[in-house]
Ligand binder design. Structure first.
Ligand code: ADP
Ligand code: MG
Length: 294
């Protein structure tokens, strides 16, 4: 729909990475902690399994700075969704804490816009009705909300931002998967959250739609200046999108390494430097030792 908008301008955020990661050293903990929008501190999550406790997460720590686009990547079962739910305040941790803007996350908050893999739209509401849900009284935080013309304008702007002009009165069942996910993104942005938190949001759409949504998400990120924490198992997606990639490993779920992606956007898989990042992240996920620095 709006793929032509991926106009090649590299993000102003790219300049932030002047401190680079030239040695490829592990920046998992520490870094620009004071500027962190999100701080995940020593988070553990254990489940009772039939053969003893499952250590879904163990000692997970990392920061996400203001305006940064961070991808969390790792193999299936390494605890990505568990961590996503803990950060979103939908689940409690066995140990450790999550902070958003120095405040401890203790439950869902309108400061975060959350996008799930399954769209979770209200089937009985139109596109506009879904996008505007959190702006209604009794919406996301059960209070506040804006009415009338202001809400209508905000919703229209968001519908346009995600490229759904002309579909405002459609119902979810009339939309493709990619369009539903656009609605979910617009709904997440509606309350103007500080952080956009996404769990494999493009996992259920076809490859072509996924590419389009990826470039649209980058446009939205650039336009809104939101901080984004994006969970994926897809290494290519992570290298394409992220300022920084937090690579996870499993059993127990933990952070293996954090990698700065120092590439201008838009990024092409066919580019040699892209390929080197891709191989490095894949090597880390496969647990290979001594993967070369990029
Ligand atoms: P990912 O999203 O990376 O695929 P998950 O966070 O879904 O991983 O799962 C991590 C681990 O925790 C897996 O071993 C999974 O089986 C286990 N797990 C997740 N949720 C539960 C639960 N509610 N009860 C028991 N085990 C769970
Ligand atoms: Mg998952």
């Amino acid at each position: 729909m709006n793929d032509e908008r991926g106009d090649g301008g590299s993000s102003p955020k790219d300049a932030n990475d002047a401190n680079g990661n030239a040695e490829g050293e592990d920046r998992t903990v520490g870094g620009a902690a004071s500027a962190a929008r999100v701080r995940v501190a020593e988070v553990a999550k254990h489940y009772e399994g039939t053969e003893g406790p499952i250590r879904a997460l163990e000692g997970v720590s990392f920061d996400v700075s203001d305006g940064e686009f961070v991808c969390l990547v790792g193999p299936s079962g390494c605890g990505k969704t568990t961590l996503f739910r803990i950060i979103a305040g939908l689940e409690s941790a066995t140990a450790g804490e999550v902070f958003l803007n120095d405040e401890r996350v203790e439950g869902p908050t309108p400061d975060m816009g959350v996008v799930f893999q399954e769209y979770h739209l209200f089937p009985w509401r139109t596109v506009r009705g879904n996008v505007g849900f959190g702006l209604e009284k009794g919406g996301i935080d059960g209070e506040g909300g804006i009415d009338g013309e202001e809400r209508r304008q905000r919703v229209d702007r968001l519908v346009e931002l995600v490229g759904l002009e002309g579909f405002g009165d459609s119902y979810p069942k009339e939309l493709s998967g990619g369009m539903k996910q656009r609605v979910a993104i617009a709904r997440a942005l509606a309350v103007d959250p500080d952080l956009l938190l996404m769990d494999e949001p493009f996992g259920a759409v076809d490859a072509q739609t996924r590419e389009m949504l990826q470039s649209e998400l980058l446009d939205i990120w650039r336009e809104t200046g939101k901080t984004v924490l994006f969970v994926t198992h897809d290494v290519e997606e992570a290298v394409k999108l992220a300022d920084r990639i937090v690579v996870m490993a499993k059993e127990p779920g933990r952070v293996r390494e954090t990698i700065d992606v120092d590439l201008p956007r838009p990024r092409a898989r066919s580019d040699a430097a892209f390929g080197r990042y891709y191989e490095r992240v894949l090597g880390l996920i496969r647990g290979e030792r001594g993967t070369p620095d990029v």
